[in-house]
Design a binder for this molecule. Structure first.
Ligand SMILES: Cc1cc2nc3c(=O)[nH]c(=O)nc-3n(C[C@H](O)[C@H](O)[C@H](O)COP(=O)(O)O)c2cc1C
Ligand SMILES: Nc1ncnc2c1ncn2[C@@H]1O[C@H](COP(=O)(O)OP(=O)(O)O)[C@@H](O)[C@H]1O
Length: 310
């Protein structure tokens, strides 16, 4: 997959089939659209392009917006890479860009930059300044400029019964199993391992503390989860706690994972952790001993679950 961070730098010679959207999560509904796109491109010997924008329009247009996304932009690239798409264009969404009229947008982006031959788009897609234009307008631009427009119907979208909003809600409720079912892969967190209070090793449960630089990344509800991670070519299972560590009077949210049957130095390492299942809420225990006992129970429960997977 070729990846461009500005539509102006795209230099494809053959006409393209384009779909446009945020595709947050790249869930099973998105995948269906992308499959249709790739299929159409192959059939007509065209280039398949996903046009997406970054930052998310709401991050740019609403200063106080606290929008949280299922994927960081790097994770989105990573997942789209696996779909077999020819080209991903991540165009910068700026205030200036948002002021383009629909006509300017179609001319500059779709025609001049992407050499569009065909567009596959959701029935409710809106574009141009103030999102003034819709799919009927796009079809008229197509007639005038020699490209065709194919609608993904409401029925097609409703049939999948999946949406980025539903996945965000599931994650905010801690229901990673449901989110994973909708995503078609395991929800993941990507970041760098940083130093914590160095308490974990004293509890016999060293925990790698994950620092995620993207403040817009959605973090699931506080609590304990079963996780897995591919580190240096090997899969490690583990248990993760997301929370403030109230038992040791913590206040800041941390994301920490103890990996089973592993002993390694992970400081400063970039790792990606897949979340598999929620275990319980985070609690304030009366003593460190009670916390240790709960962690032992978490370990037993997690190991049983992991053994049941194979
Ligand atoms: C599986 C797991 C479950 C945890 N559950 C709780 C909990 O319910 N309440 C709590 O206060 N801390 C909990 N913790 C965090 C501990 O309080 C402890 O501070 C932490 O593991 C050590 O932090 P450090 O990495 O900064 O040294 C949990 C940690 C793990 C790995
Ligand atoms: N099985 C393991 N799971 C997680 N981290 C481990 C493990 N074994 C060793 N480590 C190392 O120990 C560190 C965590 O130890 P800990 O005492 O909890 O310190 P900190 O508070 O700095 O996280 C991890 O960052 C990692 O480098």
């Amino acid at each position: 997959m070729k990846c461009y961070t500005d539509a102006k730098t795209y230099d494809g010679k053959i006409p393209s089939v384009v779909t446009i959207g945020t595709f947050d999560g790249v869930h099973i509904g998105h995948k269906k659209i992308i499959e249709r796109l790739i299929e159409s491109a192959k059939r007509n010997e065209l280039e398949s392009i996903v046009l997406t924008f970054f930052p998310h329009p709401r991050m740019v247009l609403q200063q106080d917006s606290d929008i949280k996304l299922i994927n960081t932009i790097d994770e989105r690239i990573q997942i789209l890479e696996k779909t077999g798409l020819d080209t991903l264009v991540i165009h910068p969404f700026t205030k200036e860009f948002s002021r383009l009229t629909a006509g300017e947008y179609v001319q500059q982006m779709l025609i001049d930059c992407l050499n569009v031959g065909h567009v596959i788009i959701g029935y409710d897609h809106r574009f141009g300044r103030n999102r003034n234009s819709n799919i009927t307008d796009l079809a008229s631009y197509g007639i005038q400029n020699g490209f065709t427009v194919e609608e993904i119907s409401k029925q097609d979208i409703d049939d999948v019964a999946v949406s980025s909003t539903k996945i965000r809600e599931a994650l905010s409720d801690g229901d990673v199993s449901k989110a994973n079912k909708y995503l078609g892969y395991n929800f993941m967190l990507t970041g760098k391992v940083v130093k914590g209070k160095e308490l974990g090793r004293k509890l016999n449960y060293p925990t790698a503390n994950l620092d995620i630089k993207e403040s817009y990344k959605l973090i699931p509800k506080n609590g304990v989860y079963i996780v897995q991670s591919l580190i240096d070519g090997r899969t490690y299972f583990g248990m993760m706690n997301i929370g403030t560590n109230p038992t040791v009077n913590g206040t800041k949210q941390t994301i920490e994972t103890h990996f089973f049957d592993a002993s390694f130095n992970l400081y400063d390492k970039k790792i990606q952790i897949e979340m598999l299942k929620r275990v319980r809420d985070e609690k304030k225990f009366d003593s460190i001993e009670d916390l240790q006992e709960a962690m032992q129970q978490d370990e037993d429960f997690s190991r049983d679950y992991i053994n049941s997977l194979v």
